[in-house]
Design a protein around this ligand. Structure first.
Ligand code: FAD
Length: 692
């Protein structure tokens, strides 16, 4: 039969529609530059689907790995699971940022697919920023899905899922995200495969917890989905195209600029975790230094930037890797000659997100984009063996990757970063066979580091103070001293500002003027993160602050603020700060300032000091707190706010313990009851922590 005109119109329309449908998920997704407009506002951009089921269908996936990540670790574990699922079991995997999808249609998740949830717990048992909406939705009492209703209907009956949590046992709500989400999913009828894993950063066993959890999980998943394990083959996630015809000087090439606005030289707000502000450093100095330690005080100028902060917030500093380590990295890989070669980096699959903008150069990626100094995971080491320069190196690396104790003795205890490891194992040979994609997949994206702001926004709203000790880790077994990435960069900035002709501590040799000299004139990329660590809104309420070492940072801001309020004639309540350091003559931070604040606040201010290396016995803040039991208890009964800042592993835990003892003894209640009182102080925000 012949087609009439109407038929042809209909057919052409259908054909166009089909092409549009199939290209939407692949061609367009790969082409788009996520950094062009990614001044992320927390939601996927217009036109990008928030429907995960549709997205998986379009891109032929049967396994999605959602992550709730704050600092990138959970995201990294998600990527590793995705790679492993694909290389060992032939799963069609994708990772997904929880904030980029909606979950009302999870009731239609097909039963021949699987969803993973890799969830970090943040702060006091809270979801990470990108998991807030998902968490509120899934754990809500009135959760309801688009077709099957809610908990009563076991709406998620067709969903099989896998769960792993990242937590820290020094916090009370240990791994509460993965626990609560699993509970909610189970209540909704979903079927969990394997145990919900829990990694513990507090005990330092995150990596081993992850490794030992995932093997039984894969077996359970393999039997549930009828997967067959095959010999793992490395499949790159990214394609790296060298572009010898392009010059690194061309203005379309990213030399470390974080996004398109920065590349085009017109930085624009909002400034956030995706878009730093290149801020001038107004002032920098060292509060103390000795043979092994330097403590920095810096003032970052945010005027005219539209950035704002309130006392108690955090500032994030975006670091640059040390030139010395960049050098080591390109040498170990034999990339030295072509380090400034322009490269295009693109995901080989529509769902693979390149974590930085491209085109760029090897040098820029290594210097500005990847965490090249961090400790190595055993799994990453295992994946390097197949690319070893010769058989004996391969045997050694295979052993390090497979044998936990051997790895501990020959890799972990040496504090190697990736290039140091390759140097040490390679015995002089270069590792020219490792695909560059493997580093993009396996190393974290270089993370901004947070600092508790040490100034008051009431006193200096346009200048943010940072108080930081420069990280330097020396351990007996390790051939190198680990130099903290960000703090040594800040130290170099301080030295440059003071006209030091060699502003490079320990020969670290930073590119301190930034990509295309955009950070020249002493600038540093930053953004502000708002926190819940806040003074009471009523200044007459008493406050007790425990802040030894750099833990004093936010309390300098707090005391500065209350001193100002007192000067402004407000009624400011009792303000007690417990500060600790080694010796009064060595590392007593802000000693003169406290005197000034004391004279502004009068007898309502008290600084209680604890010196650990001055005198016969070691005295810590928790001892001083105990000595003041009567007064502390009295103030708490007057509704004093209680704050702790600094070391999470020991100090904060011990302070918590001491406080419970004080309450128990002073109020004559059993210890258990006192612990409950402390808990309820925490939940009502009368007890606040800012610890790391
Ligand atoms: P990194 O390079 O991140 O190294 C940190 C540590 O990791 C090293 O010391 C070492 O122990 C270990 N490490 C790194 N590489 C290796 C390796 N290859 N092998 C073995 N171990 C390794 N700090 C302050 O000084 N002041 C503050 O006010 C402050 N506030 C904070 C507030 C919050 C909310 C948080 C989360 C942290 C805060 N910190 C603060 C800590 C700060 O964010 C940084 O972690 C710290 O300054 C170290 O950063 P870095 O880049 O110099 O060191």
């Amino acid at each position: 039969a012949q087609l009439d005109t109407l038929d042809i119109v209909v057919l052409v329309a259908l054909l166009l529609g089909t092409v549009a449908y199939f290209t939407k998920g692949t061609y367009w997704a790969v082409q788009k530059d996520p950094y062009a407009t990614s001044l992320a506002n927390g939601h996927a951009k217009a036109g990008k689907s928030r429907n995960i089921i549709e997205k998986m269908d379009e891109s032929g996936k049967n396994c999605v790995i959602f992550y709730g990540s704050q600092t990138g670790t959970a995201e990294d574990y998600a990527s590793r699971l995705a790679k492993e699922g694909s290389s060992r079991f032939g799963l069609k995997t994708m990772t997904a940022d929880l904030e980029e999808y909606d979950f009302e249609n999870l009731d239609q998740f097909p039963d021949d697919k699987v969803a993973f949830f890799v969830l970090a717990t943040y702060g006091e048992g809270e979801p990470t920023d990108n998991a807030v909406e998902f968490y509120e939705f899934i754990s809500g009492d009135d959760v309801s899905f688009s077709e099957k209703g809610g908990a009563e209907d076991k709406a998620l009956g067709s969903l099989q899922y896998v769960a792993f949590g990242l937590g820290n046992n020094t916090y009370e709500h240990y791994n509460s995200m993965v626990r609560n989400v699993s509970k909610s999913l189970d209540r909704l009828g979903a079927k969990r495969i394997g145990d919900a894993g829990e990694g513990d950063d507090g005990a330092g066993t995150m990596e081993e917890d992850f490794l030992s959890w995932k093997e039984p999980m894969w077996s359970a998943l393999a039997s549930s989905m009828n997967l067959e394990e095959r010999e793992a083959v490395y499949e790159p996630v990214f394609e790296i195209t060298e572009k010898p015809d392009m010059s690194a000087e061309e203005d379309t090439v990213y030399l470390g600029e974080p996004n398109k606005n920065h590349l085009e030289g017109q930085q624009k707000g909002p400034y956030n975790a995706h878009n730093p502000y290149i801020a001038p450093i107004a002032e920098s100095k060292e509060l103390f230094n000795d043979e092994t330690r330097n403590c920095l005080h810096m003032e970052v100028d945010i005027s005219g930037s539209n950035l704002s902060y309130t006392t108690g917030d955090h500032i994030a500093v975006w670091p640059t890797n040390a030139g010395k380590e960049v050098e080591r990295f390109v040498n170990a890989l034999g990339l030295r000659e072509k380090r400034h070669m322009v490269i295009g980096v693109k995901g080989l699959d529509a769902t693979a997100k390149v974590p930085f903008p491209s085109p760029t150069t090897y040098d820029a990626v290594v210097r500005y984009q990847l965490e090249i100094c961090a400790p190595l995971s055993r799994q990453f080491v295992a994946s390097l063996a197949q690319f070893a320069p010769n058989d004996s190196v391969k045997a050694e690396v295979t052993k390090a990757g497979n044998d936990k104790d051997y790895f501990q003795e020959h890799v972990a205890s040496k504090n190697y970063n990736i290039a140091q490891f390759l140097e040490a194992m390679g015995g002089g040979a270069q590792w020219t066979n490792i695909p560059f994609s493997l580093f993009i997949e396996s190393l974290h994206k270089l993370q901004p580091r947070y600092y508790s702001i040490s100034s008051s926004s009431l006193v200096q709203k346009n200048k943010i103070s940072i108080t930081a000790v420069v990280e330097s880790l020396e351990t007996p077994n390790a051939p190198n001293v680990v130099k903290g990435v960000t703090t040594n960069y800040l130290l170099a900035l301080k030295q440059k500002q003071h006209g030091d002709p060699h502003p490079d501590p320990h020969g670290l040799d930073y590119s301190i003027t930034g990509p295309r000299n955009k950070y020249d004139g002493i600038h540093v990329p930053v953004h502000v993160r708002h926190s819940n660590f806040k003074l009471p809104s009523d200044p007459s309420r008493p406050v007790i602050m425990i802040g030894p070492g750099t833990g004093v940072a936010p309390f300098r801001g707090f005391v500065q603020e209350r001193a100002q309020q007192a000067k402004d004639g407000e009624n400011v309540g009792k303000t007690i700060l417990f500060f600790g350091c080694r010796k009064p003559e060595d590392d007593f931070m802000y000693e003169d300032e406290w005197k000034q604040y004391g004279s502004d606040l009068g007898e309502n201010f008290e600084l209680v000091t604890a010196f650990s290396r001055s005198g016969a016995s070691k005295v810590y803040v928790q001892h001083r707190l105990k000595e003041r039991a009567v007064e502390v208890n009295k103030l708490l009964l007057e509704k004093a706010y209680f704050y702790v800042c600094g070391d999470a592993a020991n100090m904060a835990r011990e302070v918590n313990e001491v406080l419970a003892t004080i309450i128990s003894e002073q109020r004559g209640v059993p210890k258990q009851k006192a612990e409950e009182i402390v808990k309820s102080m925490r939940s009502s925000n009368q007890y606040q922590e800012d610890v790391w």
